[in-house]
Design a protein around this ligand. Structure first.
Ligand code: FES
Length: 281
């Protein structure tokens, strides 16, 4: 028995927007009865052709497929097409409070049907999803581009996760090496894109301004809670010279305050090489 959230069960038992809009502006169909899950999504735009006024679905599938389709129609109603295009399978799963990992492919089905329905509205194309890319998993007819897409959008790391999201790899296993290679390729690209960029070098004026802002926002409020304060005295390259005031002046934990509060925050928000010293008397 799958561990469904209350919201999945509620949308399964009382699905919203079941049916087919007769004079629909866009219709998209994915899957096939022969393979198990199938979904047909139709939508109608408002009079100004700006927002989705109505959306309906017909599906042949399990509880998750019905709940995902129902959720999708609720999510996109009221959206512009530009907004609907940004809906991901994660949005569908999150709307339902989560789906069992093994059932995530139902949310992917919803996203694909939506893409096709929007394409149908824009181009008039009515055929089912064409296979784009090269078929990697012959058992389920899943292409390299589809696998790349679910790995990228859902941060997948294993073959098992890929199977959960698009079924690829879930039968004979002959495609496992290819799926593994695709996962590695996508993850390498993601790592390159998210690697921290080298911070641009600050001018002296920019650095002083950033130090003052960081003191006002991150440091001074903390010191003032204990009746203390500090004043910026000078900045010499990465040496920041300050003077502790109020309760902080002469306090026997002043050196810890300088290192663990002042220096630590300036390193975090200004530059990692910064050192902080107290003005000598
Ligand atoms: S080819 Fe992918 S599971 Fe058989």
């Amino acid at each position: 028995m799958w561990d469904y959230t209350d919201k999945v069960l509620e949308h399964f038992k009382n699905p919203r927007n079941v049916g087919l809009i007769k004079d629909a502006d866009g219709v998209g169909q994915v899957g096939s009865l022969a393979c198990g899950d199938a979904l047909k999504l139709s939508f109608k735009l408002d009079e100004e052709k700006e927002r989705i006024a109505d959306a309906k679905f017909q599906t042949f599938g399990c509880a998750s497929a019905i709940a995902s389709s129902s959720a999708l129609t609720e999510i996109i109603k009221g959206m512009t097409l530009a907004e609907a295009e940004k809906v991901t399978n994660r949005d569908i799963a999150e709307f339902l409070g989560g789906l069992p990992e093994q059932k995530m492919h139902c949310s992917v089905l919803g996203k694909e049907a939506l893409e096709l329905a929007i394409r149908n509205y824009r181009t008039g194309e009515t055929q089912q999803k064409e296979l784009e890319g090269e078929v990697v998993c012959r058992c389920f007819g899943v292409t390299d581009l589809e696998i790349e897409s679910v790995v990228r959008e859902n941060d997948l790391k294993t073959i098992e996760e890929v199977t959960n999201y698009c079924k690829a790899g879930g039968a004979c296993g002959a495609c496992h090496d290819d799926i593994r290679a695709i996962i590695e390729k996508v993850r390498k690209t993601l790592q390159t894109q998210t690697a921290p960029k080298k911070q641009a070098r600050l001018t002296t004026l920019q650095k002083i301004k950033l130090i003052e802002e960081t003191i006002d926002r991150e440091i001074r409020p903390k010191l003032q809670q204990d009746g203390g304060d500090l004043e910026l005295i000078d900045v010499q390259d990465n040496r920041v010279i300050v003077s502790l005031r109020g309760m902080c002046a002469g306090c026997n934990v002043a050196q810890f305050t300088l290192r663990d509060v002042v220096e630590s925050k300036l390193r975090e928000f200004v530059a990692p090489e910064i050192t902080v010293e107290e003005e000598s008397a």
